[in-house]
Design a protein around this ligand. Structure first.
Ligand SMILES: NC(=O)c1ccc[n+]([C@@H]2O[C@H](COP(=O)([O-])OP(=O)(O)OC[C@H]3O[C@@H](n4cnc5c(N)ncnc54)[C@H](OP(=O)(O)O)[C@@H]3O)[C@@H](O)[C@H]2O)c1
Length: 434
């Protein structure tokens, strides 16, 4: 057997402690598969005295995590701290600049600095691996970069945030409103105390931007992701979707448009109405799922736990095993310098059916105003339902489902209604999938 692969762990929280437990439990099996032992030599976290339920006595402790990158007895630095910048980024830069391999679960850092870090890694022949950063335990980066390597990817989409999926499926099964379900999710540990990144779609957008770069050979461009979260979804929307044969899911979607002769990328994170017959409709709770539409392999569906200590540690250690085997190439499949810049695609000519929900004053003429805007913008209405019968002067919900048509039509209709005193809040628009 070759010499052990020596790793240093920065961060001993949910994922870091999970990695130690996994290596303790499956160390022998992993050594056989990797062809060499994986040996933790040094660790770092903020609080040395914290009980983490693991024995840290065999490992050297560093108070300053950037010191891990300078140690002679470390081949791979494993960053499990988090945060797009700050100490995690400083550690990543130090490790790669010093010629050490880097494994991370940090989607925010990769989404913001992945191109820079990939260039540094490639220049030093070091590995930069981040399977755990996207969809936790699901080997989707490997699936995309290796399993589907022979295919052009036409489109990718999926459920990339377990917190949102848990909230939406709980709203579905209980009939409760968003705020109540979020509170329960926080109490049960499915949502953070500050859930903003999850419920506003930012976390899913980090993961989508990473996948899109690998799938389409384009420079990672997080700023180009069009992001909406799930905070505006009401129990009435879920009920309406159900009556139509749909569930609501927050999806990240990406595809390329080459119609204009140049590569343009459309990356979005938005709630969708997903047909109950589509495989993604059955993905509930905190589970994640990613669909790749490949030009030869067809539709590939990856599903599994998107978070948690065990699944995430599994993805981290799989990356370490790849490094132990010498099985690593360019972090984004193509060398960083060969990734093409792609301008954002204009979604205006994309065809879809749309669900549009308006909160309106309960008075005569309001429905006529909305339907006139649809007519004038060329949006064909398939069905229209009014929810609730409040006291006079209150608000009601009006839900419209359109026939398939271009997105530009819906935007034009909403522009016509913009500023109308009949609308009590901005309309909610969702596309229908399947
Ligand atoms: N949790 C998941 O299911 C999951 C899934 C996929 C990806 N990820 C990603 O994995 C990474 C880690 O997540 P996590 O859930 O394990 O986080 P966590 O439980 O909050 O753990 C973070 C760890 O980093 C340590 N730390 C924070 N700041 C530090 C500093 N300045 N110097 C040294 N150590 C510091 C903390 O030390 P103390 O323990 O002493 O406070 C803690 O051990 C993040 O990038 C996250 O996005 C997590």
């Amino acid at each position: 057997m070759s010499a052990p692969l020596r790793i240093a762990l920065a961060g001993l929280g949910t994922v870091g402690a999970g990695v130690i437990r996994l290596l303790e439990t499956n160390g022998e099996l992993i050594a056989q598969r990797a062809g060499r032992e994986i040996q933790v030599t040094a660790v770092c976290a903020r609080d040395r005295s914290k009980d983490r339920g693991i024995d840290l006595s065999p490992y050297a402790w560093e108070d300053d995590m950037t010191a891990l990158a300078a140690r002679d007895d470390v081949d791979v630095v494993v960053e499990l701290v988090g945060g797009s910048d700050g100490p995690a980024l400083a550690l990543a830069r130090n490790a790669l600049n010093g010629g050490k391999h880097l494994v991370t679960a940090n989607k925010a850092m990769i989404a913001h600095h992945g191109m820079e870090l990939a260039s540094v890694a490639e220049a030093g022949n070091a590995a930069l691996k981040f399977e755990a950063a996207v969809a936790g335990g699901i080997p989707v980066i490997k699936g995309l970069g290796e399993g589907a390597a022979a295919n052009a990817i036409d489109r990718l989409y999926g459920i990339l945030n377990g917190t949102c999926n848990y909230i939406l499926s709980q709203m579905e099964s209980t009939g409760a409103d968003f705020g109540d379900v979020l509170k329960d999710a926080q109490e049960l540990g499915y949502a953070e105390a500050d859930p903003t990144f999850d419920i506003e779609g930012v976390d899913a957008a980090h993961k989508l931007a990473i996948l899109a770069s690998i799938a389409f050979g384009t420079k990672l461009d997080f700023g180009a992701v069009d992001i909406s979260g799930i905070t505006k979804i009401r129990a009435a929307d879920i009920a309406q979707a159900d009556a139509l044969g749909y569930v609501i899911r927050l999806l990240g979607t990406a595809d390329v448009d080459t119609g204009s002769g140049e590569k343009r990328l459309l990356q979005r994170v938005q709630p969708y109405l997903v047909s109950k017959e589509h495989p993604l409709a059955a993905v509930d709770g905190p589970t994640n799922a990613v669909v790749l539409e490949c030009n030869f392999a067809g539709r590939l569906l990856f599903e599994g736990a998107g978070a948690g200590d065990g699944p995430t540690a599994s993805a981290v250690v799989a990356d370490i095993v790849d490094i132990a085997r010498g099985n690593f190439g360019a972090p984004f499949s193509l060398p960083a310098g060969a990734l093409q810049p792609a301008a954002p695609a204009d979604p205006g000519n994309r065809l879809s059916r749309f669900y549009m929900r308006f909160v309106v004053a309960d008075r005569l003429g309001v429905l006529a105003e909305i339907t006139a805007a649809m007519r004038d913008a060329g949006v064909s209405i398939e069905s229209m339902i009014q929810h609730g019968h409040p006291e006079e002067g209150g608000d009601v919900l009006v839900a419209i489902v359109s026939h398939e048509g271009p997105e530009s039509g819906v935007s034009a209709a909403l522009d016509l209604l913009d500023g109308s005193p009949s609308l009590s809040e901005a309309p909610l628009v969702m596309r229908l999938l399947g």
